[in-house]
Design a binder for this molecule. Structure first.
Ligand SMILES: C=C(O[C@@H]1C=C(C(=O)O)C=C[C@H]1O)C(=O)O
Length: 176
């Protein structure tokens, strides 16, 4: 997912930084806060990669999965998962039938899962995450912080992009 690279002077709020840099399951961390956790599926399907990524070129077919992670009905995270067709075809996770089951529940328990690099991103006002935030009534005037995490399933790549929405930043007490 294209991200506006953050200017050198911008740094996330220290509280938010701990969430951005955590390498464990975000699903598990959100569930641990208590309250009702749910996944809302926004869109999924096969589409060409908007830009090159770790293990694919621009234009390559990817399986995209866009979701919201919610606590007590409030959207905290917008997530976009990008799966190359070879990774999808290997069948380690049945993305087509995942539906509203949290990806983390099957990804972090998969015996052949290996974590790859995590990259923190700042998404500007014209980005897809910012559009989603506006549509949710959570306008992000200063942009949004997120991270792209690469994972491997039996050495086949995929990338999970997770963007923290304003409701999450407010609830976590992170400065706007
Ligand atoms: C990768 C994880 O899965 C979470 C669930 C997702 C989904 O259901 O599509 C996407 C991103 C993650 O925040 C995780 O829990 O860390």
């Amino acid at each position: 997912m294209p991200a506006v690279s953050m200017a050198a002077t911008e740094l996330p709020d220290p509280i938010l930084a701990t969430w951005l840099e955590n390498t464990g399951s975000l699903t598990a961390r959100l569930k641990a806060l208590g309250g009702r956790f749910e996944v809302t599926l926004l869109a999924e399907g096969r589409t060409p990669a908007a830009e090159a990524g770790p293990g694919w070129r621009q234009g390559d077919a990817l399986w995209h999965r866009e979701v919201l992670l919610k606590l007590d009905g409030v959207a905290w995270v917008y997530a976009l998962t990008e799966v190359p067709m070879a990774t999808l075809a290997a069948g380690h996770i049945d993305f087509r039938r995942l539906g509203e089951q949290p990806l983390g529940e099957v990804l972090f328990t998969h015996p052949q899962m290996r974590r790859g690099p995590l990259v923190v991103h700042h998404y500007g006002g014209q980005s897809r995450p910012a559009d989603v935030a506006r549509q949710l009534g959570q306008p992000a005037t200063l942009g949004l912080w997120g991270r792209g995490r690469q994972f491997f399933l039996a050495e086949r790549p995929l990338r999970v992009n997770e963007v923290f929405l304003p409701a999450a930043q407010q609830a976590l007490g992170a400065a706007k």
